[in-house]
Ligand binder design. Structure first.
Ligand code: AMP
Ligand code: ZN
Length: 482
């Protein structure tokens, strides 16, 4: 079977073939570093990670670029509020972003260009668009004239009539020609403080900064070329962001910008999109560490979830297991299922390490591999691929799982990224050295007496020594990590 992706541009599943044989060039819209990313944002980065991992699994080389937006209204506002330079402010959140993607075992992409380091490329693009008549100068900046771009609205499937509705309204605030015209370059105003770049437009030298859309056009084409294979992002970016990227890039180059547009659906909570503006969000840190401060406004669903500490690979599993084009509802039950599923995979790996492949395992491995690829080739149908894996686990357990079964599972894990190779068996307290055993048993007793504060303290102490605990019906298990 050939690999197919659902292309938002055509609203169809299409066979995937990169422009250059063997190499796939991908651009993924990245974070604006003004705060910690919320878990919904990580759904988008996880989707991009799955695309990347599966292409690599299929034998492609991947060159992937993700932008870091370190200048915009929000970053400027944040740095001014804290009274520190913009670069110092954004550095903190950029660092947090990389820590978070490592926590989720999201692979680092080849390049993370920062907007503030690419002002020259952006300006060159703005000037090309002015020269070609796609852009015009207004009182407060340079704007893109959407009526000049014939295919404007094609990606978002906007009717021409919809776009015309706001035509030719001179807005006081922006002084632009069309309500949907967007800023390529914004002239300085006092809200920008000391954040500006000086540039010559015509006769004048003026202070200003780039618009958000131009950043992605300029940086993607700089590193990936005028035409590249895949562009990813959440569905909320289809319009206007990606539509504007197309208008800018294709207006400037006259060439097709992106060949396959892949968009992930949202992570929702209680049916609503998780977002900063609605206040119904939590960060990865809040999920993995109970001590992290809770968000100020909190729904009861979120409250229940944050009452527990969740292991990072359980969160990865949860974000991974729903098809990227389907909504994912974040619930406590969903997290429990994810944990249970992950435990089964880990148990399988731990047992297969000690076991022997039974008769028929070789054929089973072959079939599981073929079925897994068939599912993933179909626009990354991960729910189906996971059910193939669990069927494999069930049958291999029955036949006897050893080296061959283990190798296959670890091969699947190149795509899943659940760190299954680290899975080792849980040990009983009796198998621990006396000092550790005493602590484990003491904690068990405290838990029975419902003295959770004290029992949590022991758990945290053991974790510092590299020992993690797992409470099961059979009692407490432990293992050494790291
Ligand atoms: P932003 O920082 O808002 O530009 O978002 C960064 C990425 O996260 C974009 O690809 C968004 O589409 C995506 N995103 C934002 N909110 C969600 C959500 N609730 N679920 C899935 N993806 C999201
Ligand atoms: Zn972008």
């Amino acid at each position: 079977m050939t690999l197919k992706f659902y292309n938002t541009m055509t609203r169809k599943k299409e066979a995937f073939k990169p422009l250059r044989k063997g190499l796939v060039r991908i651009y993924s819209c990245g974070p604006t570093v003004y705060d910690y990313a919320h878990i919904g944002n990580f759904r988008a980065y996880m989707a991009a990670d799955l695309v990347r991992r599966y292409l690599k699994y299929k034998g492609f080389r991947v060159k992937q670029v993700m932008n870091i937006t370190d200048v915009d209204d929000k970053t400027i506002k944040g740095s001014r509020k804290e009274g520190i330079p913009l670069a110092e402010f954004t550095k903190k959140y950029e660092k947090a972003f990389f820590e978070d993607i490592d926590t989720l075992n999201i692979e680092r992409v080849e390049k993370y260009p920062k907007a503030t380091r690419h002002i020259k490329v952006m300006l060159a693009l703005v000037k090309t668009l002015l020269r070609k008549g796609y852009a015009y100068k207004a009182r407060d900046g340079v704007y893109y004239s959407i009526s000049k771009f014939r295919d404007y609205g094609k990606l978002a499937r906007l009717e021409k009539a919809q776009l015309k509705a706001g035509a030719r309204v001179k807005q006081d605030l922006y002084d632009k020609e069309h309500a949907r015209d967007f800023a390529l370059w914004k002239l300085w105003d006092k809200e920008d403080g000391d954040v500006f770049w000086v540039e010559q437009f015509g006769k004048e030298k003026v202070k200003g900064r780039p618009g958000w859309h131009i950043e992605c056009s300029a940086m993607s084409m700089k590193y990936l070329g005028k035409t590249f294979d895949i562009h990813t992002g959440g569905i909320d970016l289809i319009f206007p962001h990606h539509q504007n990227e197309i208008a800018q890039s294709e207006g400037a180059t006259g060439k097709q910008f992106v060949r396959y547009w892949l968009h992930n659906e949202h992570l929702v909570i209680g049916g609503e999109k998780m977002s900063k503006s609605l206040g119904n969000f939590c960060t990865l840190r809040q999920l993995v560490d109970k001590k992290e401060k809770r968000p100020p406004k909190i729904s009861h669903q979120l409250g229940d979830i944050l009452d527990n500490e969740h292991e990072s690979m359980v969160i990865r599993y949860l974000l991974l297991a729903t098809h990227y084009r389907q909504k994912l509802n974040l619930t406590g039950t969903g997290l429990k299922h994810a944990k249970h599923a992950l435990d089964r995979l880990r148990e399988f790996v731990a047992n297969a390490r000690k076991g022997r492949d039974g008769k028929g395992v070789e054929a089973l491995v072959k079939k599981a591999k073929a079925d897994f690829e068939k599912s993933m080739d179909d626009d990354l149908n991960i729910p189906e691929a996971l059910s193939v894996i669990f069927e494999f686990v069930r049958k291999a357990n029955r036949l006897g799982a050893g080296k061959k079964a283990l190798e296959q599972m670890l091969d699947f894990d190149k795509v899943l990224g659940l760190k299954l190779s680290k899975a080792i068996e849980w040990k009983t307290p009796e198998q621990a050295e006396p000092g550790i055993r005493k602590l484990i048993l003491k904690r068990e007793k405290l838990r029975k007496d419902k003295k959770f504060k004290e029992s949590d303290k022991i758990r945290a102490g053991l974790r510092k020594k590299g020992i993690v605990l797992e409470d099961t019906k059979k009692g407490t298990g432990w293992k050494r990590i790291g």
